[in-house]
Design a protein around this ligand. Sequence first.
Ligand code: HEC
Length: 401
Amino acid sequence: MHLNDLFDVIFRWAHLIAGIMWVGNSMLFNWLDRNLEKVAGQGPLSQGKIFMVHSGAFYDVEKKLLGPGEMPKILHWFKWQNFATWATGISLFVIVYYLNGAGGLVDPSTHDVDRTVAVAMSISIIFVAWLIYDSLWKLVGDSNPRLAGIISIVLLFASIFGFSLFFSGKATYMQTGVVIGTLMTGNVWMCIVPSQHELVNATKEGRDQDPAFSIRAKQRSIHNNYLTFPLLFIMVSNHFGGATSHPLNWLILILVMIGGAGIRHFMNIRYLGNGRERAVAAWLFPAASAGAFAIASLMIVTRIDARSVDNIDEPVSFKRAQEIIATRCVPCHSTHPSDDVFTAPPAGLRLDSPRQIQVNAKAIRLRAVDQQNMPFNNKTGITRRERGELKKWIDDGARTD
Ligand code: HEC
């Protein structure tokens, strides 16, 4: 196994595990908050109780502030899951998109951006995005959160469009994901954790906590809450070539993000507190509609403006199809690739023999004709005519005789 592939596996696996722990925790705490019950006889510092059954016994949890001197010796914090998710995510981004000559970051067949420039841009965008977002919310967010919210959303969507002008389709999605993940991690470490420290210190000193900390922390954790579902979509977007390699990939991403945040919104408003829940029609239906909006946008936009190929009327022989595949695909998709970067057949796909070509005809049609994201970055320079010839050969039954 190539060293790069090995790191890819390690960091991807760790990223998934850490991400599940972080998002899982955060959803559980959101759920707890919304289900707290006011029970008679609780002290003035109590914010509610909740009773649960899990793993063989009952959990009796109370949310409360503490009086001075009541601080327990062992206090559990929840911040490393977030850090681990971010650190493994950034590492994975570097491994997949910056190393190996940054082949995945730019797609010369659509925008021919110098790779070093693209890497430099990608890195600086991550930092600049945090600076802009954080300053915006510090300067405008305190006094006018609505305005700050609108500006943030406009900037986010404009950035996605901007990324699509420089980066490859997949990298446009991942750059967005890395930016969002970094904002969320910044929120945790620069706002939410400091606010928790302030709470601990105030409690120890027996004074009220400075509300400025908690208001800001609350705002930022709401942002994180809404960004989770869109971010999870981006994490798996690599599997949706129809979306990432579409000429309107930026629009698809924006629409799916709106739908994803919508689902989260209706899940958020589901609980009325004290264990009471809104009627199913008031939250499940709109949440499902937001999901349907996301999926429908995905399907509709990927259908329009399908990439065209040359129309071929005369039949195409297998000999001709194999010739195209041998020059345009086999440099990578072979038991022994001749490509300088891919030393093993990518995705395990080999197109050396007639049989291998025939059984993969559907996949070839999808990637080389419909989505046109193969050959990878069109490294082997396939032409529109050759795509048309492959299409004709496959549509006529992909016969090898
Ligand atoms: C420069 C190397 C390169 C060339 C040339 C290339 N591919 Fe690929 N191919 C890849 C990589 C990398 C992947 C895995 C990433 C992905 O799926 O986008 C892949 C994946 C695929 C897959 C998906 C396989 C699966 O099971 O997930 C198909 C189908 C495919 N290529 C078809 C083709 C066809 C058809 C051609 C020629 C027209 C071609 N490729 C040329 C690098 C290449």
